[in-house]
Ligand binder design. Structure first.
Ligand code: BGC
Length: 334
């Protein structure tokens, strides 16, 4: 007669113990848009190594810039009962269904680097993306000719990436009044689908065809697409003659900066963000509420957020920034 309640009690206790065990060794699902660009491989590696130090396991999925695949990836992580999801969305507006499944399964979601829009996510950890755009435009503006109207090309990132819009917003903060005052003319502008270098190359080719060789600067939103634009410029003998901006401090971009075909990049200390994200993911998996420093509206809610600092880098401060930080070895930059 008394066995049943005793058994129930035992099962209940076992339940608590196993839930506790899973929290002691949380499983984190990391869903990435892509691993094609150098930065995301670093993000992944740092994240995994920090998570391991904290006793967590990480299951990584990469969607190869495909929304359907990313939804499937996230749903498979939910089925595998991860304790927390960390997501870099390919398309910030296309993960509604996957986010709904996560909420139903009571799995907290951390948006990493890129915001997930109109979804019940829990945290957003990123760099100050508006500042990235401001740094790119400010660098170019400071070096544009002042004795005549400067002619610039603008190459934005993927229109499906909320960050690409924030980079543009930051650039607009610096450029808009100068364009309005007639000091700068934007001779061509376009968005590089999926941040692909080949798309940026096509935009740059189109710019030269349309506006001619008389271009002072190309404000490009990241290093991958800067590489594409510079390829187009070099076909026209213009590489090194036209100022080109970037972002990410990719190895190839830092080499181009030292060789003079790219002017600057924006260094984002990925180690800080990825380490922070792993710590917060583990904390959240254990049921804690990590402290944040800001909130951002994602269209559905004010998402508790953290924005990390970014650093403008050119050949003058390369050694004092990316090299001193151990991001690249001086020998690799030659
Ligand atoms: C990231 C950049 C990256 C770009 C392309 C953006 O969301 O913030 O660092 O270069 O995506 O992957």
């Amino acid at each position: 007669m008394h066995l049943r309640p005793a058994l129930a009690c035992l099962l209940f206790l076992a339940g608590i113990v196993s839930a506790f065990a899973s929290r002691e060794k949380p499983v984190i699902g990391l869903s990435l848009d892509t691993l094609k660009e150098e930065r995301w491989q670093r993000d992944r590696d740092t994240f995994i190594s920090e998570a391991k130090k904290l006793g967590a396991e990480v299951i990584v999925q990469s969607a190869n810039s495909d929304d359907t695949r990313q939804t499937r990836d996230i749903e498979s992580l939910i089925t595998r009962k991860v304790d927390v999801l960390v997501v870099v969305p390919h398309n910030g507006a296309a993960l509604g269904r996957a986010m709904k499944s996560a909420a139903e399964a009571k799995i907290p979601v951390i948006a990493y680097d890129r915001l997930i829009l109109n979804a019940p996510i829990d945290y957003y950890l990123t760099f100050d993306n508006v500042k990235v755009g401001e740094a790119q435009a400010a660098y170019a503006v400071a070096r544009l000719p002042k004795d005549r109207k400067a002619r610039i090309v603008r190459i934005y990132g993927a229109p499906t990436d909320n960050n690409a819009k924030l980079f543009k917003q930051g650039q607009d903060n610096i450029l808009a009044s100068l364009i309005q005052a007639g000091r700068i003319e934007v001779v061509h502008e376009d968005w590089a689908l999926d941040w692909k270098p080949e798309n940026a190359k096509k935009i740059m080719n189109a710019a030269v065809t349309k506006a001619g060789r008389n271009i002072d600067a190309v404000v490009v939103s990241n290093d991958g697409t800067a590489g594409g634009a510079i390829q187009a410029l070099s076909e026209d003998g213009l590489a090194g003659k036209v100022l080109v901006t970037g972002q990410d401090a990719d190895l190839a971009a830092c080499q181009r900066i030292l060789r003079g075909t790219q002017a600057m990049t924006v260094y984002k200390p990925l180690k800080n963000l990825a380490t922070l994200a792993a710590r917060i993911a583990v904390d959240v998996a254990k049921g804690h509420k990590p402290a944040t420093t800001a909130t951002l509206d994602n269209g559905m809610k004010q998402v508790p957020s953290i924005f990390e600092r970014v650093i403008s880098v050119d050949k003058e401060n390369m050694a004092a920034t990316v090299v001193a930080d151990g991001f690249h070895k001086a020998a690799d930059l030659k």
